[in-house]
Design a protein around this ligand. Structure first.
Ligand SMILES: NC(=O)c1ccc[n+]([C@@H]2O[C@H](COP(=O)([O-])OP(=O)(O)OC[C@H]3O[C@@H](n4cnc5c(N)ncnc54)[C@H](O)[C@@H]3O)[C@@H](O)[C@H]2O)c1
Length: 310
């Protein structure tokens, strides 16, 4: 039986990834300090003999006894509200945390997959974004703490691959949504669903013409699992290329929830990207992966999950 470590294992994506790895026959060790994670995301794993958990800050030295085959490094505040509130922790987990996770991979002769982000492309001047694009990031803007931490994490990961021959992979994750997101994490999907279910006005930033593309969590996890099994070391975009304006997206949520909410417009946050859409050609060719859950189905499943939590 192979052993995988999931840092950030109590988070939204880390907990879904854990479920997939257990299904695939892995023994899983979760590591998390709950800074933005939720212990309830792991409740269903209590008593599972193939799951164990270590409460730890990964910016501190990590030592896990026994054999480890693969490390999924997902620990990091991920929503704009979180990383704006936790700027130093975000920089530390991307830099020191990634260094520690890579050190553990080297010591254990394990593979490592880094959860990177479309934020590496900043406010992109190339559309849609291919992995070859180097990005347009403001290093000193408020979002710089997250974007630059992840860019540093990618550089550190490639250095461990080139100089220590660690078997590393890098996934650039585009906006993902689904059950287990926190209602108040500031990301657009839970924010709009929460407002729609409460019948409150939906707060759209700017005039709502900025675009985003949203990937349902099961599609994303499938792409990440397939990447972990590949022998490709450069970044791979995983996300859904179906692009909508934020205003269209708000209208879609109002319709699916059957809400009477109206749409209001708020000032645009600093350095908010105007458009985001992954080019997923590389993931298609390398992994035979493409998203299969359409927005209507994914949103209905997510709304159902949020109904009892609003
Ligand atoms: N959800 C998305 O759409 C998205 C998009 C791009 C990238 N990502 C990346 O995926 C990863 C997971 O994101 P998520 O959406 O699940 O966020 P999340 O906040 O739900 O999960 C992150 C987890 O990391 C833990 N963590 C943070 N700092 C830590 C530290 N120093 N030590 C130990 N644990 C720590 C948190 O407690 C939390 O459980 C992040 O690295 C994020 O940057 C997510």
């Amino acid at each position: 039986m192979k052993t995988a470590v999931v840092t950030g294992g109590a988070g939204f994506l880390g907990s879904h990834l854990t479920d997939r790895l257990l299904l695939e026959g892995y023994r899983v060790i979760g590591v998390d300090n709950f800074i933005t994670g939720n212990p309830a995301n792991l409740d269903h794993l209590k008593g599972n003999p193939n799951y164990s958990f270590i409460e730890q800050d990964v910016t501190k030295y990590i030592d896990i006894p026994g054999e480890i085959d693969f490390i999924f490094h997902f620990a990091s505040p991920a929503s704009p509200i979180d990383y704006l509130e936790l700027p130093i922790q975000t920089l530390k987990v991307g830099s020191l945390g990634t260094h520690n996770a890579l050190g553990l991979a080297l010591a254990k002769k394990a593979g490592l997959l880094l959860a990177s982000t479309s934020e590496c492309y900043g406010d992109p001047l190339v559309h849609p974004q291919t992995e070859e694009y180097w990005g347009n990031v403001n290093p000193i803007g408020p979002r710089g703490v997250y974007d630059e931490a992840k860019r540093f994490a990618e550089a550190m990961t490639m250095a461990y691959h080139r100089y220590h021959h660690v078997d590393t992979k890098i996934v650039r994750i585009f906006n993902t949504y689904g059950p287990r997101m926190r209602l108040k994490d500031g990301r657009v999907v839970p924010a709009f669903i929460g407002e729609a279910l409460k019948g409150e006005p939906i707060s759209v930033f700017g005039d709502g013409s900025q675009t985003r593309s949203f990937c349902f969590v099961s599609d994303l996890i499938d792409g990440i699992y397939k990447l972990s099994q590949s022998d490709f070391h450069e970044p791979v975009n995983i996300g859904n290329p179906n692009e909508l304006t934020i205003k269209e997206f708000a209208e879609r949520i109002v319709r699916i929830t059957g809400s009477k909410s109206t749409i209001t417009f708020q000032p645009l946050p600093v350095d908010d990207p105007k458009q985001r859409r992954p080019d997923i050609t590389r993931a298609g060719k390398l992994l035979g992966w493409k998203p299969v859950v359409d927005l209507e189905t994914g949103l209905s499943r997510t709304i159902e999950w949020f109904k009892s939590r609003v």
